[in-house]
Design a protein around this ligand. Structure first.
Ligand code: PFF
Length: 448
């Protein structure tokens, strides 16, 4: 096999590094807060198990059969008569569009490490001023940290899978786990911990709506890095003897545990400060910094640790969004890795600069189209339309187009006939239907 591939452990850490990101530490806690806690967590777990996990396994099957870039993978596995399916390999382009605004958030986080170490805002209203000041006025700081984040991501990719991505994940993932565990143990000593546990595991139907189910499905997808060729590309490192099911279960479990632990840490802190959990997206950048300040020097330490953890998680995810495109250019188009990395990065970096400017007071009117600015458009188009399409392609390709025997051979040894039948049913019917409903809802065609 090609030398520039992950080792087995490297694959697990890198795939987990891809899955664990802003979705787990930033988004999961606030959508749980907004959707009523316990019931939402239950529904989320079900969607992860039944929909997320089945597509995750399908992507690993694809990658591990061919061991090439995603376009070559679907091209090799599609029957000759269905040649247009090869174009589904290009779903990696969705990823790089996401990277252009995901990296902006990486920039905010890097900036917040510095804020945490120097001057935390002393109240929620001051924290709001600090965050909105950064977002809407401080173009220079945003650009500096965004550029720094992008350079770290691009540099890692330019070094290759083994020397770049695997090394990065081998260091950052254990470090992230240690930081989160320390924070978790500390949060257990806080007064608000039992309220946090109650909130996350006790069913409260008041804030739970039909739309919460859709949010859960969409999130299961995003958090497992599905639908944009990332998992297919990373799985190209796996030989056919690797137990796909076991590997997938470990990665999905780790991702879910980290989301839950992050929720418990954050809500324990929020409850201990006498605040409410339903704080929306501002939870991490506005509410938490103000609470950290109130906690005194331990709060300062927690704030630094927290934003470092968030930075590690988001950088390993960003790297995984860029790699599929670069791998395609290197292995299929025979470009040098350095050229491919910096070429693609430059293009999407620029797109990101416009997205960043579209949030600022100075440029927002020039960069707002219809109801949304560029940043929100990129988020909306990828999350509501492109990612679901990427997911449906995977489900349909593996469920209907690919040779059944190849799929059976890949999975039967590791899951047996009975589970295979259940998995196939999920891939053929449940997952595509659920994704279509998410898409219709997010685009506003069908509102729940
Ligand atoms: N899974 C990452 C998160 O939860 O933040 C985001 C992500 C990474 C999405 C890689 C898609 C992807 F290909």
């Amino acid at each position: 096999m090609n030398k520039n591939r992950f080792t087995r452990l490297g694959f697990i850490l890198a795939a987990a590094g891809s899955a664990v990101g802003l979705g787990n530490i930033w988004k999961f806690p606030y959508i749980t807060g907004e959707n009523g806690g316990g019931v939402f967590v239950m529904v989320y777990l079900l969607t992860v198990i039944f929909i997320g996990m089945s597509i995750f396994i399908a992507e690993v099957v694809l990658g591990s059969r061919v061991n090439k870039d995603s376009v070559s993978t679907v091209e090799t596995l599609a029957p000759k008569s269905k040649k247009y399916w090869r174009y589904t390999g290009f779903t990696f382009l969705i990823g790089v569009i996401i990277l252009s605004f995901y990296a902006i958030v990486v920039g905010w986080i890097l900036n917040y490490i510095v804020i945490a170490a120097t001057a935390l805002p002393s109240s929620v209203s001051e924290a709001e001023t600090v965050f909105l000041g950064l977002l809407k006025e401080d173009i220079v700081s945003q650009l500096i940290y965004y550029t720094l984040g992008f350079l770290i991501i691009a540099y890692t990719i330019s070094k290759g899978i083994k020397k770049g991505i695997e090394r990065l994940n081998n260091v950052l993932m254990p470090a992230l786990l240690i930081i989160l565990l320390c924070m978790f143990f500390y949060s257990m000593t806080l007064d608000g911990f039992h309220q946090a546990v109650e909130f996350m595991f006790y069913p409260n139907f008041e804030k739970f709506h039909a739309s919460s189910i859709i949010i859960a499905v969409g999130h299961a997808f995003f958090t497992l890095s599905l639908g944009m060729a990332t998992i297919i590309t990373y799985s190209a490192s796996l030989g056919k003897d690797v137990n796909i099911v076991k590997a997938s279960i470990s990665i999905v479990t780790l991702d879910t545990l980290i989301a839950i632990v992050s929720g418990l840490i954050i809500f324990a802190i929020v409850y201990s400060a006498g605040q409410e959990p339903s704080k929306g997206p501002g939870l991490v950048f506005i509410t938490l910094p103000a609470i950290f300040y109130e906690m005194g020097s331990i709060g300062n330490l927690m704030a630094i640790a927290f934003f470092i953890a968030l930075a590690f998680a988001s950088i390993t995810s960003s790297v995984s969004i860029l790699e599929p495109t670069v791998m395609y250019l290197v292995e299929r188009r025979k470009m040098s890795r350095t050229k491919a990395t910096y070429g693609v990065s430059a293009f999407f970096y620029l797109l990101g600069v416009f997205a960043l400017l579209s949030n600022t007071n100075e440029f927002s009117s020039a960069l707002t189209f219809g109801s949304k600015n560029l940043f929100d458009w990129l988020d909306f188009v990828t999350a509501a339309i492109l990612l679901p399409i990427g997911g449906i392609f995977v489900a349909l390709f593996v469920g209907y187009i690919m040779d059944k025997n190849v799929v059976r051979e890949a999975l039967i040894p590791f899951m047996g006939e009975k589970f295979f039948a259940i998995w196939l049913f999920l891939i053929k019917y449940v997952a595509p239907l659920a994704i279509i409903i998410v898409m219709l809802n997010e685009t506003g065609i069908l509102k729940f």
